[in-house]
Design a protein around this ligand. Structure first.
Ligand code: SF4
Length: 188
């Protein structure tokens, strides 16, 4: 396992998959290194690629609003992605790209030691919770892996595309808030 600085340096110059050819910036992830909660999406979009920061476009603004609804602030959590470079035209990251990149996320999780990992969307849930995860049926449900509580929410981009999913997501956020109150030490 690498320390934070070693991991960051390696990731920023990584060329382990073809996404290195088309990216502008590597998006390492952002937030507290001692976060009790990590939010993981599938990959950077256009604005993230341009700025090098996760969840900064319209979906990022919605994520901030979702966090605010349950009294969370970005500075207290960690926000990142399965793959650290933008897939062209925002396509789903290929399995080979996810496999090439997952080691960085594993190392981040090992360093941060979160109590809760929130998968944002189907792709992250299929990689981190279960291969055949069905986001429409299993969002808002808890799973435990290696002592970490895991839950999937609809990706903010999906909520922008289909606002009818928002009431369900609000319920999921309340479920997340209850778990935070139950098991997290920090006051949120
Ligand atoms: S997506 Fe991940 S594995 Fe691929 S080049 Fe970027 S940092 Fe490396």
């Amino acid at each position: 396992m690498k320390n934070w600085d070693e991991l960051y340096a390696e990731c920023m110059s990584c060329r382990k998959c073809d996404l290195a050819e088309t990216r502008t910036n590597v998006v390492f992830g952002d937030g507290a290194r001692n976060a009790e909660i990590m939010f993981i999406g599938e990959g950077p979009g256009e604005q993230e690629d341009l700025t090098g920061l996760p969840f900064v476009g319209r979906a990022g603004k919605l994520l901030d609003d979702m966090l605010a609804m349950i009294d969370l602030d970005r500075s207290r959590v960690f926000v990142g992605n399965m793959v650290k470079c933008r897939p062209p035209q925002n396509r789903d990251p290929l399995n080979v790209e996810q496999e090439a990149c997952i080691g960085y996320l594993r190392n981040q999780v090992a360093l941060i030691k979160p109590k809760i990992i929130v998968c944002l969307g189907r792709i992250a849930a299929m990689k981190l919770i279960r291969e055949d995860f069905k986001i429409t049926r299993e969002h808002g449900k808890w799973f435990e892996k290696a002592g970490v509580q895991m839950i999937a929410l609809y990706h903010p981009s999906a909520l922008l595309r289909d606002p009818r999913k928002r009431p369900e997501s609000f319920e999921d956020l309340k479920i997340l808030q209850a778990k935070i109150r139950e098991i997290c030490d920090h006051t949120y």
